[in-house]
Design a protein around this ligand. Structure first.
Ligand SMILES: Cc1ncc(COP(=O)(O)O)c(C=O)c1O
Length: 371
């Protein structure tokens, strides 16, 4: 509430606001709005919405999977994947301890899907130990144990600062999984950022996983939506689960249309967001502050995580200060960021301009100087 009041005041006083809380803030482009208006629609529960069908077909091809399905959100895509893969009671999935499905999504894998999660500590690069994976997989589980039914990987890795996980690691995870006949799901909410970073087609990034989701409503700028892809039999089951979760939508073509625009015009430009994020990260690193730490080499895509020495600075104070503009402040810029534990996160997206980046850097420098 505090944030909202403050920002409203700032907006009314004509001060520049640079909102770097998340790429989910991004709004649809004029071209997307135009496409929404013109979209051909039908009842998607009957698979009769031509625009949704076109988007699903296009995404399946892009990802090199048999079929794809349009869903409301990344959270729903992950939940559906878990419910399809872990379809017997007493199932367990394995995830990194910084995985989005484990840390966030309200623990829906437990409270909705009824699936137990076994975690492995994430390394800084978003991977986790393959040795530990081998140990965690339950071989011939007896009466007392859950059954390992799924492994989840994340790419790019949000809590690891938008890092692109190495392809060799994904291949190794897939090999271990195959030895035990366990499917692998990729939470690829920002996998298009990873594809742009690696300069590889998305299908190569997901070659070694059975199922994958990616979000249309983050860096790609769509108003809503995510895609879930896998084999035809997986998607057939996924459609049933989506309906049970209340996600069977009707004339959804108006929402799918921006997705088609995004695939045409918003993927390659993610590179600009990456350049912006790196510029912000470098500017913070150049301050050589012992209190504010950024791993510049780890800024692969559009996320910058700044770790704070909490003995010297309360991260929520820093966040508040970035967002506030006092009368006496020489820098008339408010920077919004997200914060948790000992870090703040800054995320770039298409509406964040070169100018915004320069102003945000000016403000960050000023506030860091004050601390
Ligand atoms: C890695 C990752 N997965 C999944 C999600 C969930 O996406 P949504 O907010 O669309 O439900 C997010 C959202 O930030 C995310 O960062």
């Amino acid at each position: 509430m505090y944030e909202k009041i403050n920002v409203d005041l700032i907006r009314n006083s004509g001060i520049r606001i640079v909102d770097l809380r998340s790429d989910t803030i991004s709004r649809p482009t004029p071209e997307m709005r135009e496409a929404m208006y013109r979209a051909e629609v039908g009842d998607d529960v009957y698979v009769e919405d031509a625009t949704v069908n076109a988007l699903e077909k296009r995404c399946a091809e892009l990802l090199g999977k048999e079929e794809a399905m349009f869903v409301v959100s990344g959270t729903m895509a992950n939940l559906i994947a878990v419910m399809v893969h872990c379809n017997q009671r007493g199932s367990e999935l394995i995830s990194g301890d910084k995985g989005h499905t484990f840390k966030f999504e309200q623990g829906g894998t437990a409270h909705i899907a009824g699936v137990h999660t076994s975690i492995i500590k994430n390394n800084d690069d978003g991977t986790f130990s393959l040795d530990e994976l081998r140990v965690k997989i339950r071989k011939n589980p007896d009466m007392h144990e859950p059954v390992t039914s799924l492994i989840i990987v994340e790419n790019t890795h949000n809590l690891c600062g938008g890092k692109v996980v190495p392809l060799e690691w994904l291949e190794k995870v897939s090999n271990v999984a195959a030895e035990h006949n366990i499917p692998v799901h990729m939470d690829g909410a920002r996998m298009m950022n990873a594809a742009v970073y690696l300069k590889l087609p998305p299908s190569r990034l997901v070659r070694d996983v059975d199922t994958v989701c990616f979000c249309l409503s983050k860096g790609l700028g769509c108003p809503i939506g995510a895609m879930l892809a896998g084999s035809s039999s997986f998607i057939e089951k996924a459609r049933r689960v989506r309906k049970a979760l209340g996600g069977g939508w009707r004339q959804a073509g108006v929402l799918a249309a921006p997705g088609l625009v995004a695939l045409d015009s918003m993927v390659d430009r993610l590179q600009v967001d990456h350049i912006h994020a790196l510029k912000i990260a470098k500017a913070i690193a150049e301050l050589n502050s012992p209190v504010f730490r950024v791993d510049v080499s780890g800024v692969h895509t559009n996320i910058v995580i700044v770790h704070l020495d909490t003995l010297r600075v309360d991260p929520s104070d820093f966040k508040r200060r970035l967002m506030t503009v006092d009368d006496s402040d020489p820098v008339k810029v408010a920077v919004k960021c997200s914060q948790r534990d000992d870090w703040v996160r800054l995320v770039t997206y298409w509406e964040v301009t070169d100018d915004d980046v320069d102003h945000a850097i000016e403000k960050i420098r000023y506030v860091v100087g004050q601390f």
